[in-house]
Design a binder for this molecule. Structure first.
Ligand code: ADP
Ligand code: MG
Length: 271
């Protein structure tokens, strides 16, 4: 479904060496597979996702989505792809304040459906995401966990083939973070969506089929990748907490430590 071949992004730096944000990443993600890219802050995670979403031009290498080289898409095709075939959960919650959760979730659907139809279609997904009671509430009155789930609903509303999530647990406490990761995994597996979740939070690794370590724009070698990989139970049955975390920690040490915010960063959910 998604194939990256030797993907490179170097940002020019004034009067110095360019920043080698992504430095030759090759990766294949199959339909229905969730891949977690685990790496500290500054390791190139966001840069990688922006290139896959065609929001940033690679310095070199290629991105194939469903065997099509995205470099060959016209701007119109790229826009259609972002709207209909891609779900992108970005770090910033792009919610319209003062607008209900359900109307925020239907924004992408409205490109091809009437308002009522879009609302009817998204409602079961919002229920599934635990927002049944809250869908008519204004987005600015929702907790961070609820806002994140509205973003998931919007990202998945058009039944995309590819889902990208940038630090989806970034602003959630660990319990809410787990709920969100579990839902993402369940939905992507059910709908056969290829998913790439990037995070500095080792917890994300517990909910992935495959875990790869990214450091200084480079995927860690095979040995480290194996150290990260956890034997996962069935869907919704992540590996034992302690087990998975300690393996991820070991791998973190092998690649030189975890994120500057600490190996298990937990921020406060406001509600
Ligand atoms: P992560 O998401 O893992 O924190 P980023 O992809 O945001 O990493 O950044 C990777 C590296 O590229 C960092 O050193 C960052 O400072 C640099 N970087 C990111 N965006 C830009 C930009 N627009 N211009 C220059 N350097 C950038
Ligand atoms: Mg980032």
């Amino acid at each position: 479904m998604l194939e990256l071949r030797d993907l490179v992004k170097h940002y020019p730096a004034v009067g110095g060496e360019p920043v080698r944000a992504v430095d030759g990443v090759s990766l294949t993600v199959a339909p229905g597979e969730t891949v977690a890219l685990y790496g500290p802050s500054g390791s190139g995670k966001t840069t990688l996702l922006l290139m896959v979403a065609m929001l940033l031009e690679p310095t070199a290498g290629s991105i194939l989505i469903g065997e099509r080289d995205v470099a060959c898409l016209s701007e119109r095709e790229a826009s259609h792809f972002r709207l209909c075939e891609l779900g992108f959960i970005r770090q910033s919650f792009d919610l319209l304040p003062g607008v209900s959760a359900i109307d925020n979730a239907t924004l992408k659907l409205l490109a091809s459906r009437r308002w009522r139809e879009a609302r009817r279609e998204i409602a079961p997904l919002l229920e599934r995401l635990g927002l049944g009671e809250r869908m008519h509430h204004r987005s600015d009155t929702l907790s961070m966990g609820e806002r994140q789930r509205v973003m998931i609903a919007r990202a998945l509303s058009t039944e995309p083939r590819l889902l990208l999530a940038d630090e989806p647990t970034g602003s959630l406490d660990s319990q809410r973070g787990r709920e969100v990761l579990e839902l993402l995994r369940e939905l992507c597996c059910e709908r056969q969506v290829a998913a790439v979740i990037v995070s500095h939070d080792p917890m994300a690794a517990e909910y992935a089929d495959r875990v790869l370590a990214l450091r200084d724009g480079i995927l860690a070698d095979d040995e480290v990748q194996r150290a990260y990989a956890q034997p996962l139970g069935g869907l919704g049955e992540p590996a034992e907490d302690g087990q998975a975390r300690s393996a991820v920690r070991q791998a973190g040490q092998a690649t030189g430590g975890a994120d500057d915010t600490g190996p298990i960063a937990v921020s406060t959910d406001t509600g």
